[in-house]
Design a protein around this ligand. Structure first.
Ligand code: HH2
Length: 282
């Protein structure tokens, strides 16, 4: 059974691993760009991920890979039009990966139930009021700079402390705008304005992010730092490294995982959860 929205928002307490499958309706995402641009292929891919145990299908129509250009809200809606309702009918909750309140509002009306905003409400001042009005879970992600330029020599004094402080501030800003605190999910934004060392520090420092008291989401799947460490140059060669990152983050307290490989992640985290249950020290 896919997790309910309540299960998702309680996952940091229950330790239920929540798997969010990635569906990019884009011609250019780094790992699967173009493969699911066709609406029928996109819905079929979502159906497969739901069957493999995805609790959430994260649908995005704008690639945010390093160096990417922005996609207008109207074009995002055009790409999503023939896909979203079909995906929402599958049983898993749908999250809409956008920084535009207009796109998010359209997607919620078409069946989405979660907003995934990688700008954490900074791109569009209408996003927090929308999330408050709609009463939906809201993912707030850390990003240094913006996708076009974020990998140009990012620098931090203490990446974990700075990301934590940023996320705490965005939760307070969302709450001030009327979003209920228990509906805020935080995400350190692996790969968004971070070197490989920064990403590793954040994965090792998940426990500190969990102290904010919100569910923590981690999106490390197939990302470039795994290639930098292992030499796996193609994104689809990075499954084992992606699983290691998800497992490490789970042990640190993260409970929601945005991934390309749903079946493998589901299996790894379900086994890890059972081991953790019989091992009080884990
Ligand atoms: N990463 C990407 C997109 N959206 N959302 C959250 N909350 N956390 C993430 O880490 C995250 C995200 C990366 O996007 P892109 O480069 O388009 O590729 P893909 O969607 O295949 O991961």
């Amino acid at each position: 059974m896919a997790a309910s929205l309540d299960d998702i928002l309680q996952s940091h307490r229950t330790r239920r691993p929540v798997v969010m499958g990635i569906l990019n309706v884009t011609p250019d995402s780094f790992a699967d760009g173009g493969r699911f641009f066709d609406p029928a292929a996109a819905i079929e891919r979502a159906r497969q991920m739901a069957a493999e145990g995805a609790d959430i299908i994260d649908v995005g129509a704008e690639s945010t890979r390093p160096g990417s250009d922005r996609v207008s809200p109207a074009e995002q809606i055009r790409r999503l039009e023939e896909v979203l309702a079909g995906v929402a009918a599958l049983g898993a909750a749908v999250s809409i990966d956008t920084t535009s309140a207009w796109v998010a509002e359209w997607a919620l009306a078409a069946g989405a139930a979660i907003i995934n905003d990688i700008s954490a409400g900074r791109d569009d001042p209408a996003m927090f009021p929308l999330a408050a009005r709609a009463g939906v879970p809201l993912v707030l992600m850390h990003m240094m700079g913006e996708p076009k330029s974020m990998q140009d020599a990012p620098r931090y004094d203490d990446v974990v402390a700075q990301v934590r402080q940023f996320l705490a501030g965005r939760v307070e800003a969302a709450v001030a705008a009327g979003v209920r605190r228990e509906r805020c999910i935080v995400d350190p934004g692996i790969g968004f304005g971070k070197t490989a060392e920064h990403n590793l520090a954040l994965l090792a420092g998940v426990a500190s992010l969990c102290e904010l008291g919100q569910p923590v989401l981690i999106g490390a799947s197939r990302k470039r730092f795994i290639g930098a460490i292992t030499g796996a140059s193609e994104p689809d060669e990075r499954l084992a490294g992606s699983l290691a990152a998800a497992c490490a983050a789970y042990l640190g307290g993260a409970s929601i995982f945005r991934v390309h490989d749903v079946a493998a992640t589901r299996q790894a985290l379900d086994v890890l959860r059972r081991i953790a249950r019989v091992s009080p020290g884990m």
